[in-house]
Design a protein around this ligand. Structure first.
Ligand SMILES: [Zn+2]
Length: 62
């Protein structure tokens, strides 16, 4: 993780209810981040995941 990452507001209750699985599959990561971005602003979708979503023609908020 980047140390200089911006400290955006974290929705802790959402995170407690929506833990990322251990060793998530690509599908699980995409699903998690699509939900995450709706409820929490603590971090952005990783660039690698955005590329994968574009490849799969999955829409995500800019
Ligand atoms: Zn978050």
């Amino acid at each position: 993780m980047h140390l200089r990452q911006k400290m955006n507001k974290i929705n802790e209750s959402w995170h407690k209810k929506n833990l990322m699985p251990d060793n998530p599959t690509m599908e699980q990561r995409i699903k998690w981040h699509l939900e995450h971005i709706k409820y929490c602003a603590c971090r952005d979708i990783p660039i690698k995941l955005k590329q994968e979503m574009k490849r799969r023609k999955i829409k995500f908020p800019a």
